[in-house]
Design a protein around this ligand. Structure first.
Ligand SMILES: Nc1ncnc2c1ncn2[C@@H]1O[C@H](COP(=O)(O)OP(=O)(O)OP(=O)(O)O)[C@@H](O)[C@H]1O
Length: 457
């Protein structure tokens, strides 16, 4: 049954939907989904999302299907977000004017921080969509390995967006290059594999992956005037704001990506900490933003289901673009697979280290005790999985690194990811492994990396 919903101007219709999804059609007026404008007429499918359709001038929506929650909200922070967009646009104009004289001056390099579910990703989508409408193309940087924008869980990525966001796709950003045609131009992200869920699981490795990504983003900005003028939007993951490690990780993100604007969402305490910490930094503005009342915390089970949908979409596509992945059988004795180590596995926690000895710095005492512990049989970040232990790969997602299997740990960690395969079966008697691969090609003889991401088809 089709239901008509009138949304007055300046209001938004908020909804939550699981499976099966709902179909929304904009019948009259104008409307946008996190900044991306809806066309009049065609139906949009939404499945397993919590979202909102906002209208500046009023609209009528036709909805087919039953959302689990739905209501029209009158109070939204959209005017503040729009004003913020115009302020960023002014900075882009200034950068553009100065580009011929001083190409080192770049547009706004924005980092969004805040507690869990404060709306960081949603604000990034809005700012990105508004910028795209004005023919700006800020680089989107995703530093949240548990809820990736265009890659699979465990990865961090950056992409230079040339087209609108694909709001019907699981993440709301769009798909990366795939083996099939896409409705909206596919993104070509640069992806690094961190492999773990939270930055705190291995802060040193996380920082190293972020620094690598930042190098690439900075280099892109020096090569392209469009990228330099448009700037970048960096989405971070939420950690406990009073955590020292969080502040440390944030600081390295701010310096690596040469951030000049920090947007703090939904936490007065984090805002005042950031203001205090960067009081003397004239190059950095810390700005407080209100969270939308529609932001909803998602339970871990919801995130697991959502991750599973992203994984399925990577291999099988969706109804708009079905894909046919290939099952390949490989000799597991020929594979070189590494496992990403958590910090507690790669070295002792600082609490058990001698006084004055820091886990983070990776120093050793006079006798080299720490280093020998951390590096015996394992690297600091990766451990090679022996053929006998390959059964642990069952149901794992393996990232295919872009370097050969003969490379050392540093080269593998520093390399970007070409794609992923899924281990559907491990036969440890015949030393055979069955992999699901998105491309009908031989598996390259590159190092494979196993993180914590598992999937049941
Ligand atoms: N105005 C809104 N109306 C309805 N739902 C919303 C609105 N804004 C955000 N949400 C939903 O609230 C949830 C949390 O928002 P979002 O993902 O942007 O927060 P986040 O701070 O990035 O989360 P995390 O800390 O998990 O990274 C998402 O499911 C998002 O779609």
């Amino acid at each position: 049954m089709t239901k008509k919903i009138d949304v007055p101007k300046g209001c938004e219709w908020r909804f939550e939907v699981e499976e099966p999804g709902i179909q929304i059609r904009l019948a009259t007026g104008n409307a946008e989904y996190f900044g991306t404008e809806l066309a009049l007429g065609p139906p949009y499918n939404f499945e397993q999302v919590k979202g909102a359709i906002f209208t500046w001038q009023g609209c009528t929506l036709e909805v087919e299907g039953e959302p689990s929650v739905e209501y029209v909200a009158e109070e939204t922070p959209m005017c503040t977000y729009l004003n913020l967009h115009f302020a960023l646009e002014n900075l882009r104009k200034k950068a553009e004017e100065n580009a011929s004289m001083d190409p080192s001056i770049s547009g706004p390099r924005v980092c969004l921080i805040g507690p869990k579910s404060s709306g960081k990703t949603s604000v990034l989508k809005i700012l990105e969509s508004y910028a795209l409408k004005q023919s700006r193309h800020p680089i989107c940087v995703d530093l949240d390995p548990s809820q990736p924008m265009v890659a699979l869980p465990g990865s961090i990525s950056a992409f230079h967006n040339a087209t609108i966001l694909d709001i019907q796709e699981a993440t709301g950003f769009g798909t990366s290059m795939s083996t099939g045609p896409t409705h909206i131009l596919a993104k070509s992200p640069l992806v690094y594999n961190y492999g773990l869920d939270s930055p705190l699981d291995n802060p040193k490795l996380y920082k190293s992956c972020c620094s690598r990504l930042a190098l690439a983003v900075n280099s892109r900005m020096t090569q392209s005037v469009d990228a330099s003028v448009s700037g970048c939007l960096v989405d971070t993951c939420s950690l406990q704001e009073n955590n020292e490690r969080y502040q440390d990780t944030l600081h390295s993100i701010i310096t690596d990506f040469r951030i000049n604007i920090v947007l703090v969402l939904g936490s007065e305490r984090l805002y005042s900490t950031m203001k205090r910490n960067y009081n003397n930094a004239s190059w950095l503005s810390v700005v407080k933003l209100p969270s939308s009342g529609g932001c909803i915390e998602r339970e871990p089970e919801w995130i697991t289901r959502w991750q599973s949908r992203c994984l399925k979409q990577y291999f099988y596509g969706d109804e708009r673009m079905p894909l046919s992945p290939l099952s390949i059988i490989v000799d597991s004795t020929q594979l070189v697979v590494y496992r990403v180590l958590e910090a507690s596995e790669s070295g002792p926690k600082s609490s058990v280290l001698p006084i004055g000895f820091e886990e983070e710095s990776g120093q050793s005492d006079d006798k080299g005790n720490y280093m020998s512990l951390a590096l015996s049989g394992k690297g600091q970040y990766l451990e090679r999985i022996t053929t006998e232990a390959m059964t642990i790969l069952q149901n794992s997602i393996l990232a295919i690194s872009s370097v050969s299997e003969d490379e050392n740990e540093t080269a593998i960690i520093d390399s970007c990811i070409l794609g992923y395969v899924f281990v559907t079966d491990v036969d440890d008697v015949k030393n055979r492994m069955t992999l699901l691969s998105p491309v009908p090609d031989r598996l390259p003889s590159n190092a494979l990396i196993m993180g914590t991401c598992k999937w049941q088809e």
